[in-house]
Write a protein that binds this ligand. Sequence first.
Ligand code: ATR
Length: 259
Amino acid sequence: MPKKCCVVGFPVGHSLSPAMHNAAFKHLGLDFVYEACEVDPRNFVDFMDRVIDGEFHGVSVTVPFKQTVMDYVNVLSPCAKSIDAVNTLFFDGKTLVGENTDWFGIYMILKELVRFKRRRILIYGAGGAARSALYAAKDLDLDIFLTNRTKSKGEKLAKDFDVKYCDPINLPEVDVFVNATSIGLSGQNFLPVSEKWLRRVESVFDMVYTGTILEQTAKKIGCKVISGKKMLLYQGAKQFEIWTGEAAPIRVMEKAIGL
Ligand code: ATR
């Protein structure tokens, strides 16, 4: 019987994780299989029963379960605890561990973007994705601004991470813009900031990798655009290493997601 891994989310039909991980398993000749589990939030408890019963060797956790899932794990890794979000599950013996590899995916991207002193960054969002981005940006010691549709949530998060909060309709000039909202993920797809403001931004990193209006507009006006697929790749490579104990075949995974 192959060891089974999966991604759990709602929706999850768009996910490239099965193609990416299955290509990597195959390349290394590992007896693993990875599938997508679309789970209605009302049935998440039942899904977690299956996880706790040991049906899966490893689980990728995506929207909207990255925080909910924390109630079900036995142990949180130190960074999952600091970020307050989990995107990876694995067993250490019988202990179900909640880990966060998202921040590492973001860290790898930001590190490259700010190599030449472009250090002012605006993160849009206040969910788990934004928390991971804040953790990575703090680690790189960037000049960080945060904005969000719901002001109270944004302000609280900015306070938690000790960064500056700003109103979405009065944004400061920055070098890097990170979309950590779910805009463009399921149906709703629009530009979260004005095109005029975006024109002054050098690099745009959209965590949503479905070809958003933001990504299209940023390309059109000449920003450097980093696809959310890059983040998928780096966070997935870390997961692969956790689950298999093998070095991730990055080039194979990259190709499998069309990068
Ligand atoms: P995740 O854990 O993946 O970050 P989440 O916790 O559901 O997902 O957070 C989604 C983020 O996208 C939130 O910041 C949300 O803004 P609110 O705090 O105002 O809800 C943001 N978001 C979702 N839809 C949005 C929209 N149509 N316009 C602006 N922001 C949106």
